[in-house]
Ligand binder design. Structure first.
Ligand SMILES: [Mn+2]
Length: 275
């Protein structure tokens, strides 16, 4: 069974609206479980709101682990990509490949991040680089070569160097433009073939703001909704063990982003439900 888990969080990016993602989806989606930030832990820190984000991820990890243990497919929704620390640390094994569809690299460390926002750090944390209050959640450390990013077009300078050093595989928008969509799909297939298990983390800002304006940090010249649906249609769901749909900010939306999320949710149910 697909377990839909909603995460009410904005402290990973500190941009208003991301915390309302679940409320906005609730008229169309029945969540099996909803987790929220503990307001008592929201204290300014370095990185921002460390205690609150760490606590929420600890609880999310428990919920996702339990759901996997019961044989379910956890599908995590939220307005903030910092939640991927909890969802992925729960599902990660040595065999897992992570497909990260995003405009940004999300590979900043506390030192490299210009914004100090944890939503730009989840993939660094999962690779073992970051504040100990976050990296302590890792039972398994993710290797850079087991990450494939798609849709990238905005990396911080130091972050780009770290990603290169760690061996993170990137299919950037520039690559897609020069090599073509067919090539990108072949690269994706190769990555899938090399990994017996997959986690997919979908950041709504991977899509062009013309088609998905309801995100915290929009970035121009992104993927089309058609391309995203093509990726999900290609994914072998017998290998995908868990998934996130994140960074949805309903206060910036004109219903297009929500409609896209509902389409992805329906496609995942169609493909995963058929197994
Ligand atoms: Mn992201």
């Amino acid at each position: 069974m697909i377990k839909r888990i909603g995460v009410e969080l904005k402290e990973g990016c500190d941009i208003s609206g991301g915390d309302l993602a679940i409320k906005s989806l609730q008229d169309m989606i029945d969540f099996d479980e909803i987790l929220s930030i503990d307001p008592g832990l929201i204290i300014d820190e370095e990185p921002l709101f460390l205690h609150a984000v760490s606590d929420l991820n600890t609880r999310l990890k428990r919920v996702v682990s339990q759901s996997l243990k019961e044989g379910h497919f956890p599908l995590v929704f939220g307005g903030d990509h910092a939640l991927a620390i909890g969802s992925i640390s729960a599902s990660l094994t040595k065999d897992t490949g992570v497909i990260w569809i995003d405009a940004h690299g999300d590979c900043n460390t506390v030192e490299s991040s210009p914004s100090h926002r944890i939503h730009g750090m989840p993939l660094a944390v999962l690779q073992g680089y970051g504040h100990p209050k976050l990296t302590h959640l890792n039972d398994t450390v993710l290797n850079g070569v087991d990450i494939l990013q798609i849709g990238i077009r905005s990396l911080d300078e130091e972050e780009a160097l770290l990603m290169k050093k760690w061996g993170v595989r990137i299919i950037s928008m520039q690559d897609i433009k020069s090599e073509g969509w067919k090539w990108a799909k072949q690269e994706l297939s190769l990555f899938i073939d090399h990994h017996p298990r997959l986690h997919v983390s979908f950041d709504c800002d991977s899509v062009d703001p013309k088609e998905a304006p309801g995100v915290n940090t929009p970035s121009k010249n992104g993927l089309s909704v058609r391309e995203v649906l093509d990726i999900f249609d290609t994914l072998p769901f017998e290998k995908v063990s868990s998934m996130d749909i994140v960074e949805y900010n309903p206060t910036k939306d004109d219903e297009k982003t929500k409609a896209m999320i509902l389409k992805i949710d329906a496609l995942v149910h169609l493909k995963r439900g058929a197994l």
